[in-house]
Design a protein around this ligand. Structure first.
Ligand code: CTP
Length: 400
């Protein structure tokens, strides 16, 4: 979402300025062109040179700088922006904006912009709780500004409490969310992700190479697009996207229980999990000892969760994944029919840049009417958005 976008990062003076440096790095990594405006006090904490070096653009500090005005006037900078981020935003900055004061370059530019403004405040707990501050914050929200809540913890002034700037990753996710069209607003979306673990004994289990990255990317993108997202995930070493409700599970049986529990209220289900097809018939109470040269494990079939959902589909949109190593389209088309799906995402997990535990994927979308849409190699985030573009069409078509 940030690719090709122009972002103004407004930095005001607080100890959290150092986190704005990391935020700038994340924004440019995501493909945004970033122009930084610093207040006089912000420059007491970090020099403009740091922001200039990382953004590749001159840092704006002075309302009356003849050079900066000639190069790029502050009004035209404010006009060009797709997004304005204030991080950290001090109580003073929030107060000035709320009351329409424009006495330096940053406040003047905020006033002049028509872009969305994301405010990430950071301050002492008492200041944050001060009724004047709270009133000012409310005024910003009423005017359509996007406010991020500060987090609780140990503050630089030695206090414990709410007032810390959220992590740069959280601000980045919020920035992406602000820029994303809310075309899934009103949609209850259930996503599954990750592998399942089928226990053999207290120290061993059967599983697969799934990392959960694809399912988590779908959950994050759907949340940004306004959906109410429930993510049922097998063990995955990933952070839960902001605003997503996560239900952690281990085995296929637990995944089935969790999915069926959330199925009644779901409008769309996307099953990106790599469910183990078989489980040991008996889970042994004690660790298996290596007493014999050979060991045979007796396995039984796990329930096919997606097929079960397909059998009681109603007016929902149901989407599956087909991870294949050969005859990709044939196998995927079979699963689409057999499980009563609206669409299946087929990926050949043996091709380079696709499949488990990588950040990219190469997929094809197969639809019930026989259409096949091929996508190039792209990041899992991009695949997620492409997939959700299809979900929007399928979901709208089913609405009365
Ligand atoms: N799936 C499921 N429950 C299972 C197995 C698979 O819900 N017990 C879902 C997966 O989440 C995926 C789709 O079914 O969306 C296809 O999964 P895949 O592993 O590719 O195929 P299987 O149906 O398991 O068939 P096979 O292993 O024979 O390829």
């Amino acid at each position: 979402m940030l690719q090709g976008k122009t972002v103004i990062l407004g930095v005001s003076g607080g100890i959290a300025v150092y986190k704005a440096v990391e935020l700038l790095r994340l924004l440019t990594k995501a493909g945004a062109t970033v122009h930084v405006i610093m207040t006089k006090n912000a420059q007491e904490f970090v020099t403009p040179l740091t922001f200039q070096t990382l953004s590749g653009n001159p840092v704006h500090t002075d309302l009356f700088s003849l050079f900066q005005e000639r190069e790029i006037g502050h009004i035209s900078l404010a006009e060009r922006a797709d997004l304005f981020i204030l991080a950290p935003a001090t109580a003073n900055l929030v107060g000035k904006i709320a009351h329409g004061l424009a006495d330096d370059l940053l406040t003047t530019s905020v006033m002049a912009t028509k872009a969305a403004v994301l405010v990430a405040p950071a301050m002492n707990t008492n200041m944050y709780e001060n009724p004047f501050y709270q009133q000012n914050e409310k005024m910003l929200v009423q005017q359509g500004y996007h406010l991020l809540e500060p987090v609780a913890g140990e503050l630089a002034c030695g206090w414990e409490g709410k007032g810390k700037l959220p992590a740069p990753e959280t601000i980045l996710a919020a920035a992406e969310a602000v820029l994303t069209p809310k075309d899934l607003f009103g949609c209850n979306l259930l996503v599954t992700a990750g592998p399942t673990r089928e226990e053999i004994d207290p120290v061993r289990y059967l599983t697969n190479y799934s990392s959960g990255k694809m399912g988590f990317a779908i959950a994050a993108a759907a949340g940004q697009r306004g959906a109410t997202v429930t993510l049922v995930s097998g063990p995955a070493n990933l952070s839960v996207p902001v605003g997503v409700k996560c239900v952690p599970v281990f085995s296929a049986e637990q995944m089935r229980t969790a999915v069926l529990e959330h199925y009644p209220e779901a409008d769309v289900v996307i099953k990106a999990a790599a469910v183990a097809d078989y489980r040991p018939v008996h889970r042994l109470e004690n660790k298996i000892k290596k007493n014999s040269d050979e060991l045979t494990l007796k396995l039984e079939k796990n329930p096919d969760i997606l097929a079960e959902l397909g059998a009681q589909k109603g007016g929902r949109v149901l989407i599956g994944f087909a991870a294949e190593t050969e005859r990709l389209l044939v196998h995927a088309a079979e699963k689409l029919q057999k499980k009563n799906l609206d669409m299946i995402v087929a990926n050949d997990v043996t091709s380079e840049g696709a499949g488990f535990d990588v950040d990219t994927n190469i997929v094809r979308f197969l639809f019930r009417d026989g259409r096949v849409k091929e996508l190039d190699l792209m990041s899992k985030e991009q695949v997620a958005h492409q997939l959700l573009n299809q979900v929007v069409v399928l979901w709208r078509a089913k609405q009365p």
